[in-house]
Design a protein around this ligand. Structure first.
Ligand code: ZN
Length: 405
């Protein structure tokens, strides 16, 4: 008995003096993957009878399931507990300016059905866009063999800034034609589930961090698409700043450039090296390119001018990121977005400058990598945003009390 605490392999949860509710027990089970009741007792400090009570509650609400096996040291294998990620679904939309990705995910964040929707055009306004999203959610649920009653939440990423105050969204997204429009309000009459909205690069950062870098606390996700944006993960959580404007690196000034930016200033990173700017510069040279996707296509086809421009864009991005590295000291920088993923040239350009210009202590263990999730970072991140919200210990305890009452 005296050595029980030393025997444990997992981290000691900081539960001293706190009531360990069923919601908190679920958190421990989700973090662990699978674990036995005895391990659960060790990690929470709860008595065996209390563990049994909490687990019974979670089993009754189908939030956990029994798994035969576990870390037996001989004899009959003890039954372990695992989170029941099939007990509900979340609906996810990563809305882009010209194309979007939609998915129905289980509560572990795995897509059960998903699609790229090319017909969505943000500029057609909220009724048209959300109407189509709603219709496609219905079709995807049918594919996944799930119904309305399984929906636990809806997550939406939008290609525009979302104002936040104290961590809560206060304003509708800033996009043409969407002035004053509440996305959660629109869904409220159609689903009895919470609706969360965030800027697309924030959800991409969340998806990438949760899927590939959960053991690192500090990460920057850079999206190089038409524009350039950055999602910040600090201490494992999205950092939005005071009003939700953190990470807008596209409008940091590059020395020696005088190009006018859509924000009104000159020499912004995005106005020089965003995918839209690269397309414009190529078309000025008589090369057919209208959008960031055309730039991607040209690079993939081995076009010299496009490849050189993308490499230069990487170096320009590197100039800005070198400052961010000194300022924020991230452990990981993930480069995503369609242009970001198109070519190793962009990443090479970024690496060249960041490792040359940032301080050695800040780059000693810095990982600079392409996005592991690629085009799916946003939709997976939208799922994680909602899942973390609806499965938070407080939310679970409220739902259990609500069901009892
Ligand atoms: Zn600007």
């Amino acid at each position: 008995v005296a050595t029980a605490r030393e025997d444990q392999t997992g981290p000691v949860r900081p539960f001293a003096g706190e009531p360990v509710s069923a919601g908190a027990v679920l958190r421990v089970i989700r973090d662990a993957g699978t674990l036995t009741r005895a391990e659960l007792g060790r990690r929470t400090g709860l008595a065996r009878s209390t563990v049994a009570q909490r687990v019974d509650t979670l089993l009754r609400h189908e939030l956990v399931r029994e798994v035969v096996g576990g870390d037996s040291t001989g004899g009959r294998p003890p039954s372990s507990l695992a989170f029941n990620d099939g007990s509900g679904v979340v609906l996810c939309a990563d809305l882009g300016v010209t194309h979007s990705r939609l998915a129905v995910c289980d509560l572990g964040g795995a897509p059960l059905a998903e699609e790229v929707e090319e017909r969505l055009d943000i500029s057609e306004g909220p009724e048209a866009v959300l109407g189509l999203v709603h219709e496609r959610f219905g079709a995807l649920m049918e594919q996944a063999d799930r119904s309305h009653s399984h929906v636990r939440g809806i997550g939406v990423g939008v290609p525009g800034p979302v104002a936040f105050d104290r961590g809560e969204p206060t304003n509708p997204p800033i996009m043409p034609g969407w002035d004053g429009f509440s996305i959660p309000g629109w869904f409220a009459s159609r689903y009895d589930a919470p609706v969360l909205v965030d800027n697309d690069v924030n959800i991409m950062a969340l998806g990438e961090h949760w899927t590939n870098w959960r053991d690192r606390g500090h990460l920057l996700f850079i999206k190089v698409g038409t524009g350039i944006g950055c999602g910040i993960v600090a201490r494992g959580e999205i950092h939005r700043g005071g009003k939700g404007a953190a990470g807008d690196i596209g409008h940091i000034r590059l020395a020696g450039h005088e190009v006018r930016c859509r924000c009104g200033n000159v020499g912004c990173l995005e106005a020089v090296s965003g995918g839209g700017a690269l397309a414009r510069r190529l078309s000025e040279r008589g090369i057919e390119a209208r959008t960031s996707r055309d730039v991607v296509r040209l690079v993939k086809d081995g076009d010299d001018a496009a490849t050189r421009l993308v490499r230069e864009a990487g170096r320009n991005l590197g100039e800005v990121l070198a400052g961010c590295v000194n300022f924020f000291n991230p452990e990981v920088i993930v480069i995503g977005g369609d242009v970001g993923q198109a070519s190793s040239q962009l990443l090479a350009g970024v690496r060249e400058i960041v490792f040359q210009r940032s301080l050695p202590l800040a780059t000693e263990e810095l990982r600079l990598v392409p996005s592991g999730l690629g085009d799916r970072a946003g939709v997976i991140g939208a799922a994680i945003m909602v899942i973390e919200h609806v499965l938070a210990p407080d939310a679970i305890d409220r739902a259990i009390r609500h069901a009892a009452a």
